[in-house]
Design a protein around this ligand. Structure first.
Ligand code: RP5
Length: 332
């Protein structure tokens, strides 16, 4: 589908959205009565203390840097934390040519960053971090988790946090007779989620994406799901209407499973990924579970994938799926 038609189709399917926030219970809702949660270290602790505590930069330290020949300085796990003594730490600087040429979604280079408001919502750009207040060292944000073996921005547009949203759309796996399948090892019901194969790394992933400047997280969740998994869903007007209604219903009842730092291979000492991951579950299997999905945008393939501990996924996505399995009391 040509890009113009795709945009039209996606906005048609997802409609006009009101901003919505997160309630204390962890449920998401739309419109009145919702309070927008301000990011804080409490969230990181409350939602995912295990994840926050165990971060040692695993995928973040993979070398060479994605889509480049740029190597990272390599070091052991015990040297990730900034307070570990490491006088030999001399990372090289790398900013990808696609970022250095100054696209609209990217910040200016380091020497032109005079009026940026760190640790704040800066105009349309959210420069706050879910982890804590990050430090500014030599006029640049410092990765709150620790060393990465590389400075600069790499492939990331923003200095400091780069915010994303991850929609985790799930259904129960059913047999041909319509029964929910139980896993032979655990005896627990098997959950499936919509996965995409990323065009850049070739890894399977949640169909997430960057929160555009001024965009609400709710809109990013729907937009990314639409762009990456419903590309050529060429339905009749009646079917489209039904899809639209089902998706609107499904995406109005998400449950947040994670907000915080992402162990993403694109992270550097000065730029890193953070996300909000929200589970949208089709309990009855009569909504999105019935649709034929088709890869679009920067996804090479899309599939319903079984949820389980053997999953190998991009960045921290396996961790988010583990949270969803726990939430739904599904096999892991
Ligand atoms: C990850 O990168 C996030 O969890 C999200 O899935 C993704 C966003 O980046 P793009 O898919 O837009 O490259 O860190």
């Amino acid at each position: 589908m040509p890009p113009g038609n795709l945009v039209l189709f996606v906005s048609e399917v997802f409609g006009v959205l009101k901003p919505f926030g997160r309630l204390k219970s962890g449920f998401w809702c739309m419109g009145q009565g919702c309070s927008s949660a301000s990011p804080s270290v409490t969230h990181c602790r409350a939602m995912s203390s295990d994840h926050c505590a165990k971060f040692v930069h695993t995928k973040t330290r993979s070398s060479p840097y994605p889509r480049s020949d740029q190597n990272r300085q390599l070091f052991t796990d015990d040297l990730v934390k900034w307070d570990s003594d490491f006088p030999e730490y001399r990372p090289e600087e790398y900013t990808a040519p696609s970022v250095a040429k100054g696209p609209v979604w990217a910040d200016p280079p380091a020497d032109k960053l005079c009026s940026v408001k760190w640790n704040q919502v800066d105009g349309k750009v959210n420069r706050t971090s879910f982890t804590a207040q990050y430090q500014i060292v030599n006029s640049l944000p410092r990765n709150p988790i620790g060393r990465t073996g590389l400075t600069g921005r790499g492939l990331l547009g923003k200095w400091g946090p780069n915010h994303a949203a991850d929609p985790i759309v799930t259904r129960w796996k059913v047999s041909s007779s319509g029964q929910v399948e139980k896993h032979p090892a655990s005896g627990d019901p098997v959950l499936q989620f919509v996965a995409i194969k990323r065009g850049d790394t070739g890894e399977w992933a949640i169909p997430g994406g960057m929160v555009d400047a001024g965009e609400t997280v709710s809109l990013t969740l729907k937009r990314e799901f639409g762009e990456e998994t419903m590309n050529s869903l060429l339905a009749s007007p009646e079917e489209k209407k039904e899809i639209e209604n089902n998706l609107a219903k499904l995406f109005s009842h998400g449950q947040e499973v994670y907000r915080g730092y992402v162990d993403d291979p694109r992270n550097t000492d000065n730029a890193w990924m953070e996300t909000i991951a929200v589970n949208f579950h089709d309990e009855e299997g009569n909504s999105v579970a019935r649709f034929n999905l088709q890869a679009g945008d920067d996804a090479n393939a899309v599939a319903w994938m079984d949820v389980g501990s053997e999953l190998r996924l991009f960045a921290s996505h396996k961790h988010f799926l583990k949270k969803v399995a726990g939430l739904r009391k599904a096999h892991w």
